[in-house]
Each structure stands twice: as C-alpha cells, then as structure tokens.
Design a binder for this molecule. Structure first.
Ligand SMILES: Cc1cc2nc3c(=O)[nH]c(=O)nc-3n(C[C@H](O)[C@H](O)[C@H](O)COP(=O)(O)O)c2cc1C
Length: 380
C-alpha cells in the first residue's frame, strides 16, 4: 500500500495548536535588536551564536524564531540595528539545522518581486519540511528604501501595494495555470512557480502592522498578526478589534505581541538595569533617530519624546516584561488571559537572556498552565 505523507495545512502544527501562549525568539539576527543602548553587554550578531540560541529555544519548546529584516541602523555612536543577517538565507540555513521550530523570513514588499519571494519561501518550505512562514512588511524606513531606488509611497499606498504583492505570491503558490497580472502597481507575465510549498494552501503569513490600514491587510491576508499595547487590558481590546475585522473577511487569526524581556533576581535590579541602559549607557543620537524614524518623533511633544527615549533604550518600546522571572510569567499570563496567542521576545542580550528565560520563566508558565506544551515529537 502506498504511504501518503500527511500534508501540513497552513494553520496546523505547534505554532497554531491549542497549547496556550506561544513563544518566539525575535530579532536575534540584528545587532542591538532589543535595546538601543551603548551598554557593553548589548547584542552583537554572530552566526554560531544565532544557531546556538535558536537550537536552544527549539529544544525548550519555543514555537518560532522571527528575524528582523533590516538594511541599516540608527547611527549614533553604536549604530544599533546596523548589522544584520538577511532573513531568507538565515532561515534557510536554520531550517537545515532545526527540526521543529517555525522560522520566518521577511520581505519588504517594495524591494523584491513577489515571484522571487514565493520561490524562496517554497524552497525554504522544502528544506524545513513545512516550517517557514512569510512576514510581509510594507516598510517604514525611508533611508533604507532609498537604497533600493524604489519610489517612496505614502502609508496607504504602501499597504495597497503590499496587498497586490500578496495576491501574486498566493496565486503562484496555488500552482494553477500560468497567469498574467496587470494591476495598479505590479505586472507579471506567465506567472509560474514550481514546486509549490509543502504547506498547503500556503505557508503561514505574518503581518505586524499597528495602524488601522495595516490591520486591514493583516485581517485579510495574515494567519498571524500583532497588536501593540501598554497593558493587558489594552492588548485585549485590540485583539478583539483585529479579530472583528478578520471575521469581516471570514477569517480567524492568531494574534501576537512583540515583548521585551529584562529579567533579574529582584524587580528593583531589573529596574536598575533599565535605568543603566537608558541613562548611563545611553546612545542618545541613536535613540533620537529611532524615535524620529520609526515613530514620527519629530512631531512629538518634548515630554513624550523623553518618555519614549527610556523605553527605546531599554526595550525598543516592545511590551515591557521587566522584573523577576515570576513577575514576567505573571505579565505573560495576563496577556494570554486577555486573548494574546503568542509573544515574540526581544532581549538586550540573547545569549544570556534566552537560557535564563528557559530555566526560570518557562517552568512557571507551564506550572501555571499558561503554556501546555505538545507531546514531544508531534508532527507539524
Ligand atoms: C513582530 C514584528 C516584526 C516586524 N518586522 C519588521 C521587519 O522585519 N522589518 C521592518 O521594516 N519592519 C518590521 N516591523 C514593523 C511593521 O512591519 C510595521 O511597519 C510597523 O509595526 C508599523 O505599522 P504600520 O505600518 O501599520 O504603521 C515589525 C513589527 C513587529 C511588531
């Protein structure tokens, strides 16, 4: 009898299973990813270190490893985010070095043809046995996009462009007859891409926009989207909102949050670390650029700019998980209770932070039932 392999579906497997709060290691491929500070302990990238940390996260049960797609940094004295590994080649290599964790690759739609991205994702899907997801970003960093010589589009147009881009990628993965596409932004003649992805109908799509326009794209196309919030109640309200928009498109979504971990033996020590990174070890020029370039800081009242500076220097303004392991687990439990499905974690220093999180925070999450890990060896 012929043995037919099980074909994993888009939202099957550990990343989407009913096992409580999912975890992703986030930004590991970028220097100073989680904290824009000149502290000597800041994250520096190194391939062997990236492999070690992702393998460690996988062994502990993390469901995802999510790189940033970055082309230049925030300048200043330490140029945070200025060194990065390309997410596609990064996840392709890690696909061959891991067996369970879902990897993501990120496309700035304006910089790459969807024909190229669909092919690359299908290839990494083959290498990984159905463990790659596509993170689609509309792009926000004008100085980066200028390096590609692409026409700068306004926010609304960037999302319209990204939707057309996704329509083409999805059609290529469908694998029907060759097709022509002549849209508002993109033209494809005899669109064709084989082999198709391992995951059907397509690998999971992630979109991490926060604006209403971005959330509309996410609701319509993404299997995994993100909200930003200042507290668990705020996160819950935004989860409900994005789910409602998705329901309007007849879709369900996994909703995550980007969070930043600062863990210490006492809450006081964790707060002291935050203060040290943002005051004593400040890279003020880089922090100002990060706020102005990513958050429209040039138009902000001075007081708001000042408050954000502390958050950017210590947590890059991710949802702050600051304190003892128990405090961090408690905050994650609150987010989970509010409807958050997963947390993409950045850290000041991943080599020290990931093992600490695994040893001290994950057991609390599991003991409290916030995470209910799958039996080892569950198929994707
Ligand atoms: C989890 C996560 C991953 C992201 N990855 C990238 C990335 O790799 N490259 C990038 O330019 N922007 C990235 N972003 C930024 C978003 O794509 C988006 O531009 C930003 O959140 C602003 O949202 P808006 O366009 O709706 O205003 C990421 C955001 C989050 C929360």
């Amino acid at each position: 009898m012929t043995h037919l392999p099980t074909v994993p579906r888009t939202t099957a497997g550990p990343l989407f299973a009913d096992t409580g709060l999912k975890l992703g290691v986030f930004g590991l491929n970028v220097s100073s990813a989680g904290a824009v500070t000149a502290s000597p302990e800041r994250h520096e990238i190194d391939w062997d270190q990236n492999v070690r940390v992702v393998q460690m996260a996988e062994a502990a049960g993390f469901e995802a490893a999510i790189p940033f797609s970055r082309w230049r940094g925030f300048e200043g004295s330490t140029n945070p985010w200025g060194e990065s590994f390309d997410p596609y080649t990064w996840s392709a290599a890690l696909a061959a070095l891991t067996s369970r964790i879902t990897l993501f690759a990120t496309s700035h739609c304006l910089t790459v043809s969807p024909v190229m991205a669909a092919k690359q994702i299908a290839t990494i899907d083959a290498i990984s046995g159905g463990r790659i997801g596509l993170n689609v970003v509309a792009g926000w960093f004008a100085k980066e996009l200028a390096m590609f010589g692409v026409e700068t589009l306004d926010h609304e147009a960037r999302y319209a462009y990204s939707e057309e881009w996704l329509d083409i990628a999805l059609r290529l993965w469908e694998g029907g007859d060759d097709f022509d596409h002549k849209g508002e932004w993109l033209t494809v003649e005899n669109g064709y891409s084989r082999p198709g992805p391992v995951r059907l109908p397509h690998p999971p799509i992630m979109n991490a926009a926060f604006s209403p326009r971005g959330h509309r794209l996410a609701a319509r196309y993404a299997d995994l989207s993100f909200v930003s919030a200042f507290d668990a109640a705020g996160a819950g309200a935004k989860v409900a909102e994005i789910r409602e928009v998705a329901a309007g498109f007849g879709r369900e979504q996994s909703v995550w949050i980007a969070a930043s971990v600062v863990c210490a033996d006492t809450d006081r020590e964790a707060q002291d670390l935050v203060r040290r990174w943002s005051e004593i070890d400040a890279d003020e020029v880089a922090v100002r650029n990060a706020i102005d370039w990513t958050m429209g800081g040039a138009h902000m009242p001075q007081e708001q700019h000042r408050q954000l500076a502390g958050a950017v220097a210590s947590t890059m303004a991710g949802y702050p998980l600051i304190g003892t392991p128990e405090r961090i687990a408690e905050q994650l439990a609150q987010l989970s209770a509010a409807g958050i499905d997963g947390a993409a974690l950045t850290m000041m220093n991943y080599e020290a932070g990931v093992p600490r999180f695994i040893e001290q925070v994950m057991p609390v999450l599991e003991r409290e039932g916030v995470r209910r890990p799958l039996v080892a060896g569950s198929a994707p």
